[in-house]
Design a protein around this ligand. Structure first.
Ligand SMILES: *[C@@H]1O[C@H](CO)[C@@H](O)[C@H](O)[C@H]1NC(C)=O
Ligand SMILES: *[C@@H]1O[C@H](CO)[C@@H](O)[C@H](O)[C@H]1NC(C)=O
Length: 378
């Protein structure tokens, strides 16, 4: 009798925490796009040789938003660039906190770009991320969402995407932290160039492979989306997932041709939406990379079925898939937000000075993990 009560109590507690429920095998009859569910697979929902899917590409940036990045790269590369249908190109910024200028974050938001979350500390300490507790991760991601929405003064509900530093996913612990932080998709999980898996939900078990350095989620996370980062082939045909770490060297024309061919390989295969990770240090440390990247962007513009969009736009497409000829880039013009631009001189936890450009009055101290609003006496 006692045992039976115990068993009932245990099973009740299991069901009270959906994250403890191991994910079941995904089948198309259980997991339907109208229920905000999709199995992990290579199958493109548009399968028509005469009018194929659009080739969507999200260029993503996950570094601090500072004036030099804005002036030297973002403005000249993207602000006047358009897609084949005339719409402005999209980008996704996963914004970390330290040194970020929140006036510029609002500016990028108003230009229609997607603003996502990249943690507060973005610390390069791998042990920290590996040993992080659920509470640590929630403070990192929920805290950064609070910091962005407060100091850039943009709606929190528009911040739905997340990328974890160093792409170090710690299985269900990471996904649970994202969910409790009110985030809806992850764009951190690399996959081999041969896999080419389209975005999917973690409602059921994922088929996406996990490299040795990260942990795969095993539980069911209903309606939480994964936008995989599919590797491309870099120098000497090595698998890579950031333009900088692909280590391709050469003339601008050679760099442009390399990137174009990588995109074209996917375009001639299953047209899986691509994520390209752009780091500004690529331009500083690789000769001809800037000119090569411009030449690449110019070259793909001649393809009328290739669109540069945000990761959020990619998810919108897969939830409502249409062919290239029917595809319209979502319109993000008409966003509004107020900014009373103010430069805040603040002290951080180590008593070091940090300047923070804010759209709202300055906090008492530099916002940080555990104190995202930068309140006094914490
Ligand atoms: C890295 O993080 C771990 C765990 O939080 C900590 O114990 C260690 O001191 C950190 N290492 C450095 C170099 O900061
Ligand atoms: C590619 O291979 C060549 C020949 O083995 C080598 O010299 C070169 O350093 C390699 N490049 C990279 C970026 O690994």
């Amino acid at each position: 009798m006692k045992l039976a009560v115990l068993v009932i109590l245990c099973s009740l507690s299991v069901y009270a925490h959906p994250s403890l429920k191991a994910a079941e095998i995904c089948t198309a009859d259980k997991c339907k796009i109208e229920d905000d569910c999709r199995c992990s697979s290579r199958i493109n929902p548009i399968n028509n040789a005469d009018d194929p899917a659009p080739q969507l590409i999200a260029i993503t940036v996950s570094e601090s938003i500072v004036q030099t990045l804005y002036d030297n790269y973002l403005q000249p590369l993207f602000f006047d660039r358009t897609n084949p249908d005339g719409s402005p190109v999209g980008l996704t910024f996963y914004v970390p906190h330290e040194y970020t200028d929140y006036y510029l974050v609002q500016d990028l938001y108003l230009r229609g770009y997607e603003i996502g979350d990249h943690s507060i500390t973005k610390t390069p300490n791998q042990t920290y991320w590996r040993e992080a507790t659920p509470d640590d991760l929630e403070q990192e991601f929920s805290g950064q969402k609070t910091i962005i929405s407060t100091f850039a003064n943009i709606p929190a509900e528009d911040i739905v995407g997340v990328r974890t530093p160093q792409l170090q996913i710690e299985g269900d612990t990471s996904i649970n932290a994202y969910v409790t932080s009110g985030l809806g998709y992850d764009n951190s999980w690399p996959t081999y160039s041969t896999e080419r898996i389209l975005p999917y939900t973690l409602t059921y078990a994922s088929n996406q492979k996990c490299s040795a350095t990260i942990q795969c989620p095993k539980d069911s996370h209903p309606n939480f989306w994964v936008a995989p980062i599919t590797n491309i082939k870099g120098a000497n045909n090595t698998e890579c997932n950031s333009l900088a770490t692909c280590l391709v060297a050469g003339t601008a024309d050679e760099i442009a041709t390399w990137l174009y061919n990588e995109v074209d390989a996917v375009r001639n295969d299953n047209r899986e939406p691509l994520t390209l990770r752009l780091d500004s240090y690529w331009f500083l440390f690789t000769e001809n990379s800037y000119e090569g990247f411009v030449a690449f962007l110019d070259k793909i513009k001649s393809l009328d079925d290739v669109f540069l969009v945000s990761v959020q736009d990619i998810l919108q497409w897969i939830k409502n898939p249409v062919s290239a000829s029917q595809y319209k880039v979502p319109d993000h013009s008409g966003r509004t937000a107020d900014c009373h631009k103010i430069s805040c001189r603040l002290m951080n936890e180590d008593n070091q000075e940090r300047y923070m450009m804010s759209c709202v009055p300055c906090p008492a101290v530099y916002p940080w993990k555990g104190n995202p609003l930068g309140e006094a006496s914490k």
